[in-house]
Design a protein around this ligand. Sequence first.
Ligand SMILES: *Cc1c(COP(=O)(O)O)cnc(C)c1O
Length: 352
Amino acid sequence: MDFGKLVRQNIRDLVPYSSARDEYTGESAIFLDANENPFNAPYNRYPDPHQLELKAKIGALKGLPVENIFLGNGSDEAIDLLYRVFCEPGEDNVVSIHPSYGMYQVCADINNIACKKVALNDDFSLDAKALVHAVDDKTKLLFICSPNNPTSNSFDAETILDLVKKLNVIVVVDEAYIDFSKRQSLLEYVHEYPNLLILQTFSKAWGLAGIRLGMALGSREVIALMGKVKYPYNLNVLTLKFALDALKNKDKVDGWIAAVLEQRDLLERKLKKFRFVRQVYPSDANFLLVQVDKARKIYNYLVEKKIIVRDRSNVELCEGSLRITIGTDTENLALTDALMQYQRDFVDSCKI
Ligand SMILES: *Cc1c(COP(=O)(O)O)cnc(C)c1O
């Protein structure tokens, strides 16, 4: 694996910003080094730019040393940083599966990088051959979201690892939904393959989308490069504090995951009974992709009932489909009640 060739020259040469907190790292001192306000503790102080306390806790949970962990303002920060570290604007490209998470394309556009999209097979499986074919000598990143948003399925580990072995690119496996999946994370392979990078987040299973905290887990080399380019204080003290508190309550999170999975199965069974539902795709995530007759009409009907789902009916391979996030039992019941009424008002009456 030749990182030298993958990384942009200016990033290789970059001397990162050195903060006051970098130059003196001890505690219990009088801090007159960072031009902070001496009043209003503890919020007067800049946060630890390396987030070592939080990384140690996350590392213990994931079985990873802190050197293999990057923390950012959501996974979205990690995605953007990868472009800035590896992709020369106007020159390099990335490859992504399609359909998938929209941020890969948006970050590509912002950074003036071409994003080549490789369609999934009709059964939503990976077209490994087409992915290999799409990669050229200007390709720096390959995005594979697994479980995938919006198709809700996850991909075979062997197929992904084959690509990791075969391709001289950073393979980014976005595992935002891994806690809801029956498949294992690919985390254990980051020690074996320096070009494998895993994205995970506190936004889904951890119930903390509001504090903005995402993780990139990978080889020391890639993590060090991301650390070099990020804003020095990319995580604020409030986010650090909330995350440290949340990590003490892993049992609560496990309870939420179990509740969501139970509700997912229940909702899937109920949805399949509606006459306007063509199929509910098997889900490995906290949402269901549901193919229906007249998706837009159902979407609008639900909006009127103040229930908002995601209309994915114009997305390639998801034609006629709605993406429905699993809510609480009460919320899901409100949804199925509304759909029952829709069926009575529009589907049954049409047949008369
Ligand atoms: C929701 C989601 C994320 C999470 O992004 P954050 O910035 O961490 O909130 C990442 N990837 C995918 C595919 C998602 O659907």
